[in-house]
Design a protein around this ligand. Structure first.
Ligand code: GAF
Length: 327
């Protein structure tokens, strides 16, 4: 840990979630991917924690992570390409970048769990581990299939002929100002509509992975649409603005499917678009901001070691990702 007395730099990506929404805090399986928008943090030891950034609000996250890692105070300079409040998890990118710079000796799993606890501590939002895991361990060319109960994971190749589009609903929000914790509590209590979403969504994750692995890209769109309808009607985390953009994307040229992404109540929309159709897709979306992304590496991902020593990446099958319900 000699790094704690020296200057350091850490860098981590934002993430998208292909499918598996509002299931990570219930032990479900999720399929996020790290994307090519990064947050970079330069740090050095200081008498007290301080943080300089064009985006306000990062200091409580940094301090909370410092507490989790039992790190001495640091002064941080943050620069980021991850737009805040837009649903690609700027908070996970910030936290994982700090963890990667301060404690590169950690495993990706340890770093992700520390960042998850820090986010919960800083915001009071009882987030799952998906975002931090994706930012830490995502791999270029892949999505990351994670069982959030066992933390076993494996990489799933992401087809080159697909482009990830993130659409901004224009409704920026912090999860702390949404009923995220309430939805989590309702789901944990086994409320029938919430439970129906969770069970059907986990099933869709399995189907989505099967479709990716058998190169049946046509099936992906129907699964995205079904996921959105379930988030809208059963989990009730969508908004009229988000629904209108999702439906517009469904009809746009080259779009396989689209859905609300992340915590919901605004934020962003994920669309999968056939490579080559980016321009007509963007045009059909009118003035709605479209960010085209590619998959990227997280700082704890090792291209030389496909199997994590700590989480044996056994194949995740239908028995994985069973939700935790009350007895
Ligand atoms: C947010 C949370 F941070 C994640 O843990 C996850 O629950 C997601 O909302 C919903 O799937 O991004």
């Amino acid at each position: 840990m000699s790094l704690l007395s020296a200057e350091w730099t850490g860098r981590a990506p934002g993430r998208v979630n292909l499918i598996g929404e509002h299931v990570d805090y219930l032990g479900g399986i999720v399929l996020p991917a790290a994307v090519d928008r990064f947050t970079t943090v330069r740090g050095r030891p200081a008498p007290q924690w301080c943080l300089e950034s064009a985006v306000p609000g990062g200091l409580p996250y940094a301090k909370a992570l410092g507490d989790e890692l039992e790190a001495a105070p640091q002064c941080l300079e943050v620069s980021s390409e991850v737009p805040p409040g837009s649903g690609i998890s700027s908070s996970a990118a910030l936290l994982v970048a700090i963890a990667a710079g301060l404690r590169p000796d950690l495993s990706g799993e340890e770093a992700a769990l520390a960042c998850q606890r820090a986010e919960q501590r800083a915001t009071g939002v009882q987030v799952g581990v998906m975002d931090q895991f994706a930012a830490a361990l995502g791999r270029c060319g892949h999505a990351l299939l994670l069982d959030s109960a066992s933390l076993r994971y494996r990489l799933v190749p992401f087809p080159e002929e697909l482009v990830i589009a993130v659409l901004d609903s224009g409704v920026q929000r912090s999860l702390a100002d949404t009923p995220y914790n309430q939805r989590r509590a309702e789901a944990e209590a086994g409320m029938p509509k919430r439970r129906r979403h969770v069970e059907s969504e986990i099933d869709r994750v399995h189907q989505f992975v099967a479709a990716l692995e058998s190169a049946e890209v046509g099936r992906l769109g129907a699964l995205l649409k079904a996921s959105h309808l379930s988030l809208r009607d059963d989990f009730e985390v969508s908004t009229p603005e988000v629904d209108a953009i999702v439906e517009r994307a469904w009809d746009a040229p080259g779009c396989l499917g689209a859905r609300l992404m992340g915590g919901g109540f605004g934020g962003s929309i994920l669309a999968l678009v056939e490579a080559g159709s980016e321009s007509p897709f963007r045009e059909a979306m009118g003035g709605i901001p479209v960010m085209l992304c590619q998959t990227a590496d997280g700082p704890f991902s090792s291209t030389e070691e496909p199997l994590s020593p700590r989480a044996p990446q056994e194949l995740l099958g239908p028995e994985d990702g069973s939700p935790r319900w009350p007895r």
